[in-house]
Design a protein around this ligand. Structure first.
Ligand SMILES: Nc1ncnc2c1ncn2[C@@H]1O[C@H](COP(=O)(O)OP(=O)(O)OP(=O)(O)O)[C@@H](O)[C@H]1O
Length: 531
């Protein structure tokens, strides 16, 4: 509502109380502290004919007085202007303008009163919240002839006016503060809810993407973050690190979860078939195409398309894929019209795409488009602390799948599993556990003997010249002294176990089925020192 303009010419002694009430209502009706100040100034100038009225606001730091409109900024501790004095004293101040001008040489103050008559008075009134004596609101300055200002500011009407102004001003500030508090509360509540939701999703993802290491927990958090966006995701990781699992996790945690998830391994499809597999074809596109067929891109509409081994995609298809990503359009083989699709793309690679780009096998523009949300999956050997929980989970999965009693695993077998390198990562570990479970009788624990040898150890064993142990026991191990050969074999085997268990004789003895004392005796006999 605009300020009511009160024309002093129509104010008669009889109508004065009414005009006062209208003025008060005008103030009460203000929608903001700024409007309140503007209306107060207008009332003083128009209703009471004070030539120059100003109202400065104390900012939230309490260090500056600011003008609503003109960008005036006066420091409260700068005593070259009168407002600082008034605020410091906490009481109204009257000054003869001529004297104030000559004594107080603050340029902004001088400019404010430049066109005022030198024999006028300046009255500066500090304003504070009525119910909180410590809360300063600002200052009001009145400039005019002495015989106009002095009786006015001494009157009870002016006192009432000023009190109303301060009450309303403080009320607006409280309202503003309350609104800000509400907004902050709402904001932190929203953030709290979002974080709680993320945590729940991340924990639930843990049922699929297993592991407790910091890197795998971080990976799950990133999966949730990626799922919140529509960005293309590029998964990098060695074979068997869980790229497919992670792609499904992103889809599951995203708003597209109820829509299709389509997956294709670009390396597994012959190049000639890849285009029709991805983009589909129109009827009659080639001999044998008796009816139109939708490709995976079309089938993934509304959902997620996962392209594994993206580095193996031929260049011609890379251009088509880029068009899908940039415009949501593609043309099935032999079709005259383009189709529209809305999908999120997740791509995976185990090879360095940069190298493929440098060699001219991969388009740079597609690479950067795919790499909007990069996610790296750590190899298992870099997070060995996950091996044990994974082993336990895979044993439990196997026993449930095969409807068998839950199997245990010996400490020795676990130690051996923790020590391997896993070039095949989690897939290798999972297959190994499945095999060991299948080879273990119900009621027994999985033992070292039931674990398949690691590929490196198998290769070594297959190599007649490989190791001392292999030399001593190998098929080709011709020897003329059986007792020495047996001693060598024993020494090598014991030494290997001691190395495996980092010198722990208890574990080494347990793994060899020997009492600890016997092992100690043999170590002495064979001059094995693991101290
Ligand atoms: N963190 C994990 N928790 C439980 N199982 C996992 C985990 N990571 C991978 N696996 C399992 O390991 C196997 C291989 O995973 P996946 O197929 O996702 O790997 P990949 O990186 O896509 O492999 P490739 O590159 O060879 O296609 C699957 O059986 C999968 O369920």
């Amino acid at each position: 509502m605009e300020a009511l303009t009160i024309d002093p010419s129509v104010t008669t002694p009889d109508s004065a109380p009414l005009a006062g009430m209208v003025g008060a209502l005008t103030l009460v009706d203000s929608q903001s502290p700024r409007q309140l100040r503007q209306r107060a100034v207008a009332l003083l100038q128009q209703r009471l004919g004070i030539p120059r009225v100003g109202c400065l606001v104390l900012d939230t730091s309490g260090r500056w007085l600011l003008d609503d409109d003109q960008g005036v900024r006066l420091a409260c501790d700068d005593f070259t202007h009168p407002y600082a004095h008034a605020i410091r004293r906490g009481e109204p101040m009257q000054l003869a303008l001529g004297e104030a001008r000559s004594r107080l040489d603050h340029s902004a103050f001088q400019a404010l009163v430049a066109d005022c008559a030198p024999d006028w008075m300046l009255e500066v009134r500090p304003l504070r919240a009525p119910d909180d004596a410590r809360q300063w609101l600002g200052v009001m300055s009145l400039v005019g002839p002495r015989d106009c200002l002095a009786p006015l500011t001494a009157s009870t009407d002016f006192e009432a006016f000023e009190s109303l102004l301060c009450q309303l001003w403080a009320w607006h500030l409280r309202q503003q503060g309350e609104r800000q508090r509400q907004a902050k509360l709402q904001d932190s509540l929203t953030r709290f809810n979002a974080n709680a939701r993320r945590q729940i999703l991340s924990d639930r993802l843990g049922q699929q993407i297993k592991g407790d290491s910091a890197s795998i927990r971080n990976l799950r958090d990133q999966v949730v973050r990626a799922a919140e966006t529509q960005l293309a995701v590029l998964l990098r990781g060695e074979t068997g690190t869980g790229k497919d699992l992670v792609a499904r996790g992103i889809h599951w945690a995203s708003a597209r979860a109820a829509e299709p998830f389509m997956a294709l391994n670009c390396a597994a499809i012959p190049e000639a078939l890849l285009e029709s597999e991805l983009f589909g074809y129109a009827q009659g596109a080639f001999s044998g195409a008796d009816r139109a067929q939708q490709g995976l891109v079309g089938q993934a509409d509304g959902g997620t398309l996962f392209l594994d081994e993206i580095g193996d995609m031929p260049l011609s298809l890379q251009a088509k894929l880029l068009r899908v990503l940039e415009s949501g359009r593609y043309r099935p083989l032999g079709a005259s019209e383009e189709c529209r699709v809305d999908l999120r793309l997740i791509a995976a690679t185990h090879q360095p795409l940069h190298q493929r780009m440098r060699d001219g096998h991969f388009r740079a523009d597609l690479y950067y488009r795919l790499n909007q949300f990069p996610l790296a999956l750590p190899p298992l050997r870099e997070r060995r602390e996950d091996i044990e929980p994974l082993v336990q989970a895979f044993i439990a999965d196997f026993c449930e799948r095969e409807d068998r009693e839950l199997l245990g695993i010996s400490r020795v077998a676990l130690a051996d599993l923790r020590d391997r390198d896993y070039p095949g990562n989690i897939r290798e570990l999972k297959n190994l556990i499945d095999y060991a479970c299948a080879m273990t009788h119900s009621g027994d624990d999985i033992d070292l003997m039931t674990l398949p040898r690691s590929p490196a150890a198998s290769d070594e064993a297959d190599d007649p010249h490989a190791s001392q142990a292999a030399g001593a026991t190998g098929k080709e191990g011709a020897t003329g002294d059986l007792r020495q050969a047996l001693r060598d074999y024993e020494a090598t085997l014991i030494q290997q176990r001691l190395d495996l268990f980092e010198g722990n004789r208890t574990l080494a003895a347990e793994s060899l089925g020997l009492p600890k004392r016997t092992l100690a005796h043999k170590c002495r006999q064979l001059h094995l020192d693991n101290s």
